[in-house]
Design a protein around this ligand. Structure first.
Ligand code: SF4
Length: 336
């Protein structure tokens, strides 16, 4: 970081006031809208969140309406956004706010469901005007480049700890929420991972990486090995019913959501459908096989309470994981 912090703040905020993206949680602001947007934006791109946010606001316009909704209704509204523990935590958070009131600082926010250090800082700075730095992946990239910091970023937690002193020094105490949003926005649209737009950057005069010509190679992120996994799924029809597996309510992933049942191994013959997807550092190849209800590969599956026959006409009211709903639609369209 080169030069004066006050000049840096002035340039960054002037740019943000002029160029910030028109987003629904910015056009109309409230604590509730900030909280919902922060939960939805965890692990998810802005463009994906936009239609969900608008629908959510119509269905649950405030903490009270969300708190009084059933978990099933909340999960259905979240369906397709993934990482469903966020929906459950948001629901629990709404109930805790209705019961105990609004937390007053980051320490109090962190006592509430689903709130980690990042979300606590984002909500308390953006909605409550507290000078708490927010360090997400975009901010890590911007701060490393401003400082020409080529130290390896082994994890977000490690980088957040390392960059917190600089983030605190940079913070604009008079407009903390805007300042945090401006830094994140700069990382998202100008100081991009690949080919940062330094010519358009409002703070390029303060950037050491640009002065050294190293902006493309910073931050240094050590490569993680990608784990590969194969999952075999069963497509079991009985007339107009389809067999589904409902995850345990206490499961760490997709609790209470339905999926096509898994098989211990692939049955003979080609699958109906094969799809690959990435979850964190895993690459998962899923193949869906048509088998009969009497197939021994199902084992004791049919007698377990978590496995249920669902009428095709009722699928719309079942909370299915996003990819599974797409695959089921695709196979039904193909006449399977
Ligand atoms: S000058 Fe370039 S590398 Fe430096 S902060 Fe701006 S966009 Fe990022």
């Amino acid at each position: 970081m080169r030069g004066e912090f006050s000049d840096f703040r002035k340039r960054l905020l002037r740019w943000f006031d002029r160029e910030k993206r028109d987003l629904p949680w910015r056009a109309e602001t409230s604590l509730y809208r900030t909280v919902v947007s922060e939960f939805m934006l965890q692990q998810t791109q802005v463009e994906t969140v936009l239609p969900y946010f608008d629908r959510w606001m119509k269905r649950f316009p405030d903490f009270a309406s969300l708190a009084s909704a059933s978990e099933e209704a909340v999960l259905r509204e979240w369906e397709g956004l993934g990482y469903y523990s966020r929906a459950r935590n948001l629901h629990r958070l709404a109930r805790s706010i209705v019961e105990k009131g609004v937390p007053r600082d980051t320490g109090e926010w962190r006592q509430r469901p689903g709130i980690g250090p990042y979300t606590a800082a984002a909500i308390s700075s953006i909605a409550q005007g507290l000078p708490e730095p927010v360090i997400d992946g975009n901010v890590i990239r911007v701060l490393c480049r401003l400082n020409n910091d080529a130290g390896p970023v082994k994890s977000s937690a490690e980088a957040q700890k390392r960059l917190l002193p600089l983030a605190r020094e940079l913070m604009d105490d008079s407009r903390p929420g805007d300042f945090n949003e401006a830094l994140m926005e700069l990382g998202a649209v100008v100081c991009r991972k690949v080919r940062p737009a330094c010519l358009l950057c409002p703070v390029s005069d303060h950037c050491r990486a640009r002065a050294a010509g190293t902006q493309e190679s910073i931050p240094v992120i050590p490569r993680k090995a990608t784990l590969r996994r194969e999952v075999h799924r069963a497509w079991v029809r009985d007339g107009d019913r389809l067999l589904l597996h409902f995850n345990n309510e206490k499961a760490s992933r997709l609790a209470g959501m339905a999926e096509l049942p898994t098989l211990p191994k692939a049955p003979p013959g080609p699958p109906l459908l094969t799809r690959s997807r990435g979850i964190s550092s895993e690459r998962i190849r899923e193949s869906i096989h048509s088998i009969s209800p009497a197939d021994p590969l199902l084992g004791s599956c049919l007698s377990r309470p978590e496995t249920r026959w669902i009428a095709l006409g009722e699928l719309a009211s079942v909370s299915l994981s996003g990819p599974h709903r797409r695959w089921i639609r695709e196979l039904l369209r193909q006449g399977h």
